[in-house]
Design a protein around this ligand. Sequence first.
Ligand SMILES: Nc1ncnc2c1ncn2[C@@H]1O[C@H](COP(=O)(O)OP(=O)(O)OP(=O)(O)O)[C@@H](O)[C@H]1O
Ligand SMILES: [Mg+2]
Length: 474
Amino acid sequence: MSSRLPPVLVVDDEKNMRLSLKTVLTDERYGVRTVESAEEALELLEREEFFMVITDVRLGGMSGYELLGKVRAQWPDLPVLMITAYATPKLAVEAIKAGAMDYLAKPFAPEELLHAAARCAERYRLLRENASLRARAAESWRLDQIVGACQKMRDLRQLIQTVAPTDARVLVLGESGTGKELVAGALHSLSQRSGAAYVRINCAAIPEALLESELFGHEKGAFTGALKQKPGRVEEADGGTIFLDEIADMSRPLQAKLLRFLEDGSFLRVGGTAELRVNVRLIAATNRDIVEAIRQGQFREDLFHRLNVVQFRLPPLRERGEDVLLLADYFLQAFNEALHKKTRAISRAARQKLQAHHWPGNVRELRNVIERALILETTPEIQAASLPDFQLEGRLHKKAAPRLTGSESLDDRMADFERELITAMLEQNHYSLTRTAEQLKVSRHALRYRMQRLNITTGTDAEEDSSAAPGKAP
Ligand SMILES: Nc1ncnc2c1ncn2[C@@H]1O[C@H](COP(=O)(O)OP(=O)(O)OP(=O)(O)O)[C@@H](O)[C@H]1O
Ligand SMILES: [Mg+2]
């Protein structure tokens, strides 16, 4: 027996019975504690850990049945074996119904007892193992890994905390690189399902023809290449969470099947006829404009409503103000450790440059920028010259950046456009307000006012006319 296994608790008011149970069990190297009454047993259970309880049905005082009820209520994972001299099939059935793991009639063979004990020991080990796996899984996705101090990110973390413990379906929207996967992971690990599987499927990464079989499994011979039966990932996710990333890329026929699945968790494997059923929580995400996809008939509106019970919208990085710098410092620290570098700070000019960039690739882009800068950097601070030429890249990406425009108002769209334009001009002019204002044919005052309103910061309030190019040739 493993030394980590806690003892068995034996409850019997007959001394001889206690002794013989103890002998049989200790011979097999189980630890054993014996008590005479259910009352004593409950007292001991409060204080010590056991891997199983063996109790006589008839005890002086509280009966074995009552003890069973109390154990079930308070320590639902602790198995109870009932023993009695007055066994009838009816009693046995009742005991099992009341939650006893098994029922032995006196006299019984020692093997029967040992067999039950071995099963309980095994079960205890499995529970332990699962608990530690669960703890590890919870470690991997935490709320504080979602860095951000701006109001939108604070609200987001709050919403995650509120929604995670419920079974509500969640649709996560946001441009590429805004942290949708982080949100989905946090939702799972803060949920009551965190001990069960978290299955992730990227609908865009799996060829359309294979996605259905990936999701729902297939029977042997369902299609060429289906050499044997394969369970679906939804089966793997039973009791847990399934994260369908890039959901807008799912084909219409499969959308219909997903819709049916969402009704009650039932599905057919590809080529199968038996209806299977699982209990999974679904989280979906997309960086596409889902409303536009619906409008164009690529995405089913009814599926959208099914998925959209709670919606998370991740703001693009350019709308998170000072978070750019907060995240930059966060990644700097992380990569310092990973790359064994000692570049602890980001120079002022580099900060300005980071803050003024439009970030079409959002947090992912920032992360890559910092990683690259750290590799290039030879001084103790990240210099602006170690950052990419954003002007050039900006021109490449600006058109391609997908935006969530579906339900935004004209004002919002105009503001987006204005923000983009001003940011681009600022970049071009190396953050000189004077020159930018000149080009846009507004006064400097008007430009500053608009920048404030649009939440554009250059990180240089005091020295607003840093017309010197921050560390790079124009
Ligand atoms: N708020 C944040 N704090 C810390 N790291 C973040 C944050 N947001 C995103 N990241 C990091 O940025 C990278 C991109 O995030 P993620 O993969 O979640 O983006 P996504 O929204 O799923 O993008 P895509 O639509 O392209 O799949 C990851 O390395 C992630 O850890
Ligand atoms: Mg993603």
